[in-house]
Design a protein around this ligand. Structure first.
Ligand code: HEC
Length: 107
């Protein structure tokens, strides 16, 4: 009996660990930042200006954008029609959260 209680306490700790709480917080921040800075032109991961350049994995991969670093690179030096986001506007830490949100959301 004691073992069962111990096991369930451990499982509980695992799922509510500070690490997953932090990850959840970062994901929520990524979403909020995306909505603030990007969603005007990329609603639901689309692209209102260049419809063929969405944020969905297929288009991203075709354009050789596969990692968070690639997405941050795009923010720092975008192509025609996209706003440039420098470090003063979106610091690297926030840019990373946005990039991870994009990669995890638009598949
Ligand atoms: C003013 C409109 C506008 C805003 C705001 C904007 N984008 Fe873009 N985005 C574009 C356009 C236009 C393109 C296509 C041109 C290019 O490749 O840069 C594009 C392309 C991209 C691509 C490449 C897509 C592909 O399939 O090749 C990524 C990634 C991207 N944007 C991410 C972002 C992120 C992240 C933000 C917010 C921080 C953002 N964009 C904000 C207009 C915008």
């Amino acid at each position: 009996m004691k073992r069962i209680i111990l096991a369930s306490v451990c499982t509980g700790l695992l799922f509510s660990s500070p690490l997953s709480a932090l990850a959840e917080k970062a994901a929520a921040q990524g979403k909020a930042l995306f909505e603030k800075h990007c969603a005007v032109c990329h609603p639901n991961g689309g692209n209102t200006i260049r419809p063929e350049k969405t944020l969905h994995r297929k288009d991203l991969t075709e354009n050789k954008i596969t990692t968070a670093k690639d997405i941050i690179g795009k923010m720092r030096s975008p192509g025609p029609g996209m706003t440039r986001f420098d470090k003063a506007t979106i610091p690297d830490k926030d840019a990373q959260k946005i990039a991870e949100y994009v990669l995890n959301t638009f598949k």
